[in-house]
Every structure is written in C-alpha cells, then in structure tokens.
Write a protein of this length. Structure first.
Length: 121
C-alpha cells in the first residue's frame, strides 16, 4: 500500500511539474510579446517624430533623401505604384501621410525586396 501511495505522489508531482513548465513557457512568451510591443511602439514613435519633420507634400528628391536611395530608385517605386504619388504639372508629388503609411507598412524584408526589384530592372 505504501508503494502505491508513493507512486501516486510521484505521478502528482510529475503532473505539477509539467504544469509548472507550461506556465513558465507562457510567461516567457509574455516577455517576448512585451519586448516586441515595446519595439513596435518605439518604431511608431520614431516614425511619428520623423514624419513631423517632413513637408506635407514630398518631392522625389525628398523621398530619396529620406530613404537614402537614388532618385531613379524612387521614380521606379513611384511609377510602379509601390509608393503612392500624384503627377502634378509633370512632376511627382507624394503626400506625406501616404508615404509614412507606406513606410510603416513596409517591413525590412519587403523593403529589401522592393529595392532588389529596382536593381533587376
């Protein structure tokens, strides 16, 4: 009878240990999520600060300087419709809010793919 009680206690202990492991894993995920959210909020704040420094309507040159790429690359992005723009009197104009939205929605991998697309042309 004593060995049965010990066996039950060990089984109970193992179940509690497994439950504790699950809780620790969930806690670690919570930390990861919190760190990711902090990073996203910091990026959003940086974008907001940077956007306030940009003119309300951007030129191709403004976008090129902001992205630190050549004007021909910006023309490719604009003419392909990847960066929203309007042509006014033969020159592209990019609304600041549309540009910021495009930039915010463009993750690093997408950004690299878009620039790689330009490089292939």
């Amino acid at each position: 009878m004593e060995s049965l009680k010990i066996k039950l206690d060990i089984d109970t202990f193992e179940q509690q240990l497994e439950e504790l492991k699950k809780q620790i894993a969930e806690f670690n995920k919570t930390d990861e999520v919190a760190e990711a959210l902090k990073s996203i909020l910091a990026d959003a704040l940086n974008i907001k600060r940077a956007s306030e420094e940009l003119p309300y309507v951007l030129t191709v040159d403004d976008v090129a300087k902001t992205l630190r790429i050549g004007k021909s690359s910006v023309y490719e992005l604009v003419s392909s419709g990847q960066i929203p723009a309007k042509k006014i009197m033969g020159q592209y104009r990019i609304p600041r809010d549309a540009f910021i939205k495009w930039l915010s929605n463009t993750e690093k991998n997408e950004y690299k793919e878009k620039l790689a697309y330009i490089g292939r042309r």
